[in-house]
Design a protein around this ligand. Structure first.
Ligand code: ZN
Length: 309
């Protein structure tokens, strides 16, 4: 069993409108935009990152907003709901706030003893805010104060036909089975980074998901550095997974592999971090391009939709 993985690093999803996406995560949820760059493989499209002050691994929600992308269809073989951690007792303040912003899909429930506020993002993305003890410092602003600020990710849900092989994979990656409630099995990394919970939701008769706007594209797990990442890569290859070579994503190094249930996993390093090319005080303000796309700057600046700060 691996010991290098500490929980989530980031979650990456698809959107249909960059301005709307930016406004939702900054103005409504009160996260900080910590990087404005492009999809390195399709530089006509933004890659927007939202998180805490520094973009600490385990807080970072990222988006590829493909203009006018069709919505995805929910189903198995994907990450369903992405959950953020909020202070205990702040659910009602969030319900009031989300209601003021006319956010859709607001519901409340309790999972494994924790109160949750469920809601939809602009493209029907499914989110939850989970009341939990969490001492990570939230980013505050835009009317979201410390008493209700988002600490980072709480967990992500994988929707699968059955939990079997993916549950075994999570356990190989260092997660332990914690609890079960109805068709939900909870896995947690002991001593992880607070974003260290994965729930598997078993839906034996559901159809397969179709990816589109509002779908999670992949989830990334955090390792400390490149040496730990190479150990994880070797171990996955030895177990029979097809893992990509290490790819330089400027702010972290990434490897990718697809799980038997169809979900794309990434393992990303905590180094070098989002302050690699701009001061922490100004993260996310300027358009940052990888050096190989720098020659496209004029073209991209005229094509990419301007964002509100
Ligand atoms: Zn990623």
């Amino acid at each position: 069993m691996l010991k290098q993985i500490k929980g989530l690093h980031h979650v990456t999803s698809l959107a249909s409108d960059a301005r709307e996406n930016n406004a939702f995560f900054t103005n409504v949820l009160g996260l900080r935009r910590i990087k404005k760059t492009v999809n390195f493989d399709a530089p006509d499209v933004y890659h927007l990152y939202y998180g805490d002050e520094a973009g600490t691994p385990g807080t970072v929600m990222t988006y590829f907003p493909f203009p006018n992308a069709a919505r995805g269809a929910k189903g198995i073989g994907e990450v369903g709901r992405t959950a953020f951690s909020i202070p205990v007792g702040s659910s009602q303040a969030w319900i009031d706030r989300l209601t003021t912003f006319e956010v859709k899909g607001i519901l409340q429930d309790v999972r494994f003893g924790e109160k949750r506020v469920l809601f939809d993002g602009p493209d029907g993305d499914q989110f939850a805010l989970v009341e939990s003890d969490d001492d990570r410092t939230p980013w505050t602003g835009n009317g979201v104060g410390e008493a209700m600020g988002i600490h980072g990710f709480h967990s992500a849900d994988m929707r699968l036909k059955d939990a079997g092989v993916s549950g075994e994979l999570l356990q190989f990656m260092g997660y332990e089975k914690l609890d079960q409630q109805d068709n939900i099995t909870r896995f947690i990394v002991p001593g992880g980074n607070d974003a260290n919970t994965i729930d598997i939701e078993e839906l034996p008769s559901a159809g397969h998901a179709a990816q589109g706007a509002g779908s999670v594209h992949h989830i990334a797990f955090a390792v400390e550095n490149r040496a730990r990442q190479l150990e994880v890569r070797e171990a996955l290859l030895d177990t029979g997974y097809q893992v990509t070579p290490v790819i330089d994503r400027d702010y972290f190094y990434a490897i990718y592999f697809r799980t038997p249930g169809g979900v794309l996993f990434e393992v990303a390093t905590n180094e070098p971090g989002f302050d690699r090319d701009e001061d922490t005080a100004h993260l996310g303000e300027a358009l940052k391009l990888p050096s190989r796309h720098e020659h496209l700057r004029g073209h991209l600046e005229s094509r990419l939709q301007p964002l509100d700060s």
